[in-house]
Design a protein around this ligand. Structure first.
Ligand code: FES
Ligand code: FES
Length: 170
């Protein structure tokens, strides 16, 4: 049960990118604002603020979620992962991030962090999607720069490479 402080704010304890974290939020503070303003995570981008553009997408207990449609108090005791969770132990890009870079899947980068989080969850559930399914997943995100072609190429390349690796005998 979250604790309420004497000034009416709520102390929230949660797991952020694999580590215990906490912070205080006003009762109706949005998770996107909480992560940016209280936790200092500026990789959580805010565009439309009403669930349409997908820029603010992160994962809560593994499921993609729009942080602009979630109250901060709802993450008490839960696991929140931002794009930082994809990095390796020395800050290296994972295969999906590297493929996005290779295929010029981003320009301004505003949509990118949210798309990477959706794509990561999508590939965990569906490791071998067809192009139609990839495009369908991307349709939940608005990108004003790229035309999505590089993203589709990047995701297809990751699918092929992960599938090839999974077939290599140990
Ligand atoms: S800022 Fe959350 S969906 Fe657009
Ligand atoms: S790279 Fe600019 S909005 Fe997608």
């Amino acid at each position: 049960m979250p604790q309420v402080t004497s000034d009416g704010r709520t102390l929230i304890n949660f797991i952020l990118n694999g580590k215990p974290a906490s912070g205080q939020a006003e009762p109706r503070m949005l998770l996107s604002d909480f992560l940016r303003q209280v936790a200092g995570l500026t990789e959580v981008h805010v565009g439309c603020e009403h669930g349409i553009c997908g820029a603010c997408t992160l994962r809560i207990d593994g499921e993609p979620a729009r942080s602009c449609l979630t109250f901060a108090v709802q993450i008490e005791g839960r696991r929140v992962d931002t794009v930082q969770s994809l990095l390796g132990p020395r800050g290296e890009l994972n295969d999906l991030q590297a493929a996005f870079r290779k295929h010029h899947s981003l320009q301004c980068g505003y949509c990118t962090t949210g798309i990477l989080m959706s794509a990561t969850a999508f590939l965990e559930k569906n490791p071998n999607p067809g192009e139609e399914e990839i495009r369908d997943m991307l349709s939940g995100h608005i990108c004003r720069c790229t035309g999505y072609v590089g993203m589709v190429r990047a995701i297809k390349e990751v699918v092929a490479s992960r599938s090839a690796k999974s077939k290599v005998p140990a």
